[in-house]
Design a protein around this ligand. Structure first.
Ligand SMILES: [Cu+2]
Length: 187
């Protein structure tokens, strides 16, 4: 039902919608302030209010600009984009259980999107994938009892050994819940 939030402009409109109350309060305060400023004790300093106008415009442009420019880097947007524009997606089913993963494959081709579809069969687990240099690329939260698997599409750029770690505390051997993916050069 909420799928539309993860495609196209859905997330952007949702974010905008959630910001509306804050925007309302912000402009209300600005309005009240301008009323007070123009009272008997206030000066009629036109220059100042023009500066305020410029400042507000700059803040608005930067805010909207940064949000728009960063949209495509959001994992859900990148995921949805890859899923809808590529037909050569690899897929890996995984299942997490205290304290190991079961994976349909541990070998993935670089340069081609791969969809991870994950489930947990007992408690809350994580599935975080780390670049060989130690950077975390993404993490998925695997909740037990869901009717559909949690899924995410990622495109690995470089071949190598990628560590997988659980990032949701899941019990006494949580720290040992690790695995490894091998990313190979594309053919
Ligand atoms: Cu864990």
């Amino acid at each position: 039902m909420l799928d539309f939030l993860f495609t196209g402009w859905g997330a952007f409109w949702m974010t905008l919608f959630m910001l509306l109350p804050f925007a309302f309060i912000f402009f209300y305060v600005i309005h009240r302030k301008s009323v007070v400023d123009s009272g008997p004790s206030g000066s009629t300093d036109k220059k100042m209010s023009r500066l305020e106008g410029i400042w507000l415009t700059v803040v608005f442009v930067v805010f909207v600009g940064v949000n728009l420019a960063s949209l495509k880097f959001m994992p859900t947007i990148a995921s949805a984009h890859a899923a809808t524009t590529r037909t050569d997606i690899q897929s890996i089913d995984l299942s997490a259980k205290s304290w190991a993963y079961e994976l349909s494959s541990r070998e993935i081709e670089a340069g081609r999107p791969v969809r991870f579809s994950g489930r947990s069969t007992d408690t809350m687990h994580g599935f975080a994938v780390y670049h060989p240099d130690g950077r975390m690329l993404f993490t998925m939260m695997l909740m037990p009892g869901l009717s559909k698997p949690t899924s995410l599409v990622h495109t690995f750029k470089e071949p190598g050994k990628y560590k997988v770690r659980c990032l949701e505390y899941c019990g006494v051997a949580h720290h040992a819940m690790q695995d490894e993916l091998t990313i190979v050069k594309s053919n």
